[in-house]
Ligand binder design. Structure first.
Ligand code: SAH
Length: 360
């Protein structure tokens, strides 16, 4: 039986036995079911996969972010031992680019201990190959990260975390659920319930009935733990597609580079939701860390010097390679491409300067 049908039948069995699933439960199984989940069964990146991420588009993405981390390391007095962390490293390309670019910064790589947080065994193998020759430690969750100064990157990690969806109804909320109708998966609304934790959405003005908001139940715990490590020194930079304050249904499925109904092929399509950067800021304990403004990817990469780097790399290129390089630069930074949709936000210990580019 095809895997999508096996996972669908398994989910329908569970719905019939114990009731509808939250969108978050559905996403979690579709992405990370140990034998049928999307990330557990494949390498989804690159032209042969379902989507291309910024580090796979150009080495310049990792170079800019790596040198940004290294500048913070210098500004904070060059701690002798620190964790260089990536959450959800995919193929390991970003970390490889960071380690290569920062070789030019004396002492940085020697002081770094590389820690990767990755749930997928398949992707851990690929990361090990990409980072061959480096001493790398893997963890299943951020809770296992050492209590050291921490320089952390997370690109397109938070968007893979499951979200729940809530629709406003009078003074209450109804949760959007995944249920079963005539043997197929379908969406339905649950009973109306008060949700005090969502009330901030009604400030300054009450939301119109029918408005859908998303919240990511795992995000506050992850950001809180990251903040506790960064409070020892360092910085955390989150990059993802999203916005300030969740509004509307952003759950999306991508299979073979094509958007499709999120219920169509469970476990075969990448499922993501836009990241609510306000939730990152709200989850950061003010006693531990300060949070930068949310900055678009295009702006932060320009401030970090991507255009000068692009020009330097272009010197030794010609023909198709040069065309691809110019297109990659545009793709990462142009507002009509990833430049505006993707945002970045940085955490630093209370009292520390924000990373370069985040401080203007
Ligand atoms: N950062 C990479 C890959 C982004 S895809 C890039 O930019 O190319 C999301 C990554 O997060 C994958 O490596 C996936 O396996 C991992 N991941 C998703 N959910 C996770 C979870 N709950 N815990 C740990 N890793 C997770």
């Amino acid at each position: 039986m095809p895997d999508a049908r096996r996972l669908r039948d398994l989910l329908i069995g569970r719905i019939l036995a114990t009731g509808p699933l939250t969108i978050a439960d559905y996403m979690a199984d579709c992405l990370l079911h140990p034998s049928l989940g999307y990330y557990s069964t494949r390498d989804p990146f690159g032209t042969g996969g379902d989507f291309i991420t910024a580090p796979e588009i150009s080495q310049m993405f990792g170079e800019m972010l790596g040198l940004c981390l290294a500048q913070v390391w210098i500004d904070q007095g060059r701690p002798k031992l620190f964790s260089l962390v990536e959450l959800g490293p995919g193929r390991g390309t970003l970390m490889a680019d960071v380690l290569r670019a920062t070789r030019a910064v004396p002492g940085f790589v020697t002081a770094a201990r590389v820690h990767l947080v990755e749930a997928s065994e398949t992707l851990r193998q690929i990361q090990a190959d990409t980072l061959f020759g480096h001493d790398v430690t893997w963890h299943g969750t951020v809770n296992d990260l050492p209590d050291l100064p921490t320089f952390l990157l997370a690109n397109e990690f938070l968007d893979a975390l499951p979200v729940r969806q809530h629709v406003r109804d009078g003074n209450t909320w109804r949760e959007r659920l995944v249920t079963e109708t005539e043997g197929a998966l379908s969406f339905a609304l649950g009973p109306a319930m008060p949700m005090p934790e969502l009330n901030y959405h009604n400030v300054p003005a009450p939301l119109p009935d029918g408005t859908l908001v998303e919240r990511c139940p795992a995000l506050p715990g992850i950001v809180g733990t990251v903040a506790s490590r960064v409070a020892r020194g360092g910085t955390a930079i989150f990059v993802d597609y999203g916005h300030w304050r969740s509004r509307g249904d952003t759950l999306q499925a991508l299979r073979n580079h094509t958007p499709e109904d999120p219920l169509a092929h469970p476990g075969q399509a990448d499922l993501t939701a836009h990241v609510d950067f306000e939730a990152i800021a709200r989850a950061t304990p003010a006693s531990l860390c300060s949070v930068s403004a949310m900055i678009s990817q295009g702006v932060i990469l320009e401030r970090l010097g991507i255009t000068a780097r692009a020009q330097a790399l272009a010197q030794s290129m010609g023909g198709a390679r040069l065309n691809a390089h110019v297109a990659a630069h545009r793709r990462l930074t142009h507002p009509s491409d990833m430049g505006d949709l993707f945002k970045a936000m940085a955490l630093v210990p209370v009292g520390a300067a924000l990373p370069p580019g985040f401080d203007q």
